[in-house]
Write a protein that binds this ligand. Structure first.
Ligand code: NAP
Length: 229
């Protein structure tokens, strides 16, 4: 399962994992955008791709997506919590509704999906949870307090899941990139700046999923510049 698969990194993960031979359950808010995105996957085998509705701000869609995945494929091996939003704002520009939205997408959504997916991840004996976190989950980045708080909390969620379900064979990893070339960072990337490509993060996701239970990586910082971490 990959959340936020209709564009950005989520779509790149779908492309990479499809090419690796995985069967995919893709979650997105906009069915049409998802269908169009799936149509761009090279050599698409649509018997291996399920498209589902997932909106992190609609709690019921988390379990409904897991249920549909199990109904269609009968098992679940990995959950990639990718969907996320960034809010750039001054620290004292506090807005309850906007903060709630950031927490819903970056923290509560992944938490709900983890809980819904857990029985199935446990059942397979080598379940994987990959949380697409951020450099902002490791270090404070001025100008986006809501985002930083949500990503630090997402890191705590990663550690919690890693500890709680280790004995069941479930391995949880946080991937923490700096700037990646997607819509999210488009306004933030200065002209000529070299940043991480989504395909590189997809290669890391693929590697994490392929690791045995005895070679699990808790946190992966990903840097495009020397001083990033
Ligand atoms: N780009 C970066 O520089 C960067 C760096 C570090 C970490 N990250 C993290 O990487 C992840 C992917 O971001 P990206 O760079 O691919 O950004 P993006 O291109 O802006 O994509 C964001 C994705 O999240 C989905 N999403 C947003 N709100 C949602 C909601 N309420 N319910 C379900 N899905 C929702 C979007 O779906 P819609 O198409 O429906 O909007 C989209 O698929 C995020 O967790 C982000 O925090 C990004």
């Amino acid at each position: 399962m990959i959340s936020g698969a209709a564009r950005g990194m989520g779509l790149e993960f779908a492309r990479r994992l499809h090419a690796d031979g995985y069967t995919l359950s893709l979650g997105a808010r906009n069915a049409r955008a998802l269908a169009e995105a799936v149509g761009t996957i090279d050599g698409l085998d649509d018997t291996r791709v399920l498209q589902c509705h997932y909106d992190a701000q609609d709690p019921d869609t988390a379990k409904a997506w897991v249920d549909r995945t199990i109904e269609r494929f009968g098992r679940l091996d990995a959950l990639v919590n990718n969907a996320g939003i960034l809010r750039l704002h001054q620290f004292d520009d506090y807005d309850e509704a906007k903060f709630d939205e950031v927490l819903d997408v970056n923290l509560k959504g992944p938490y709900r999906l983890t809980i819904a997916a857990l029985p199935h991840l446990r059942a397979c004996g080598a379940g994987r949870i990959v949380n697409i976190n951020s450099r902002s989950g490791l270090l404070y980045r001025p100008g986006s307090a809501d985002y930083n708080i949500s990503k630090h909390a997402n890191m705590a969620l990663t550690h919690a899941a890693r500890h709680e379900f280790w004995e069941d064979g479930v391995r949880t990893t946080a991937i923490c990139p700096g700037p990646v070339a997607t819509d999210m960072s488009a306004d933030d990337i200065a002209a000529g700046m070299e940043v991480t490509q989504p395909g590189s993060v997809a290669a890391i996701v693929s590697m994490v999923l392929s690791m045995p239970n005895t070679a699990s990586i808790p946190v992966i910082p990903v840097c495009c510049d020397l001083n990033a971490m």
